[in-house]
Ligand binder design. Structure first.
Ligand SMILES: [Zn+2]
Length: 121
């Protein structure tokens, strides 16, 4: 199992249709190692910057752990995340965008069976 963090977005659920808190599992900037504490199992929101190793640390460059099939510009990352609607508890997926470990935005959640073709599962 790989390390992950959680990002909570406020968006319409593809199952129940409610504007809900949707909890997404991201592998970006996630590690079982850490500096003061592990870089995993924390919860973040849009606009927050995820903590990570200092620039001189050998692991620093490894924050990009998204699953886009398309190479992205330096400093940019994107991930299609498994997610859960906190209203109906059903599983869905949502694309999250990152810039230098800041969570910059998301695309509307979809059903897992409609996993976007541009992302590895
Ligand atoms: Zn729902």
């Amino acid at each position: 199992m790989s390390a992950y963090n959680q990002i909570v977005i406020h968006a319409p659920c593809p199952h129940c249709g409610e504007i809900s808190d949707i909890r997404c599992q991201t592998h970006v900037a996630s590690s079982f190692d850490g500096v003061d504490e592990r870089f995993c199992h924390h919860t973040y929101h849009i606009g927050e910057t995820m903590p990570w190793f200092d620039a001189q640390h050998p692991e620093c460059k490894n924050w990009k752990q998204g699953n886009s099939k398309t190479p992205l510009p330096l400093g940019e990352e994107t991930e299609c995340c498994y997610a859960e609607c906190l209203s109906c508890q059903k599983e869905c997926c949502a694309i999250i965008h990152f810039s230098q470990r800041t969570i910059t935005g998301f695309e509307l959640p979809g059903k897992v069976e409609n996993w976007p073709a541009g992302f590895y599962k």
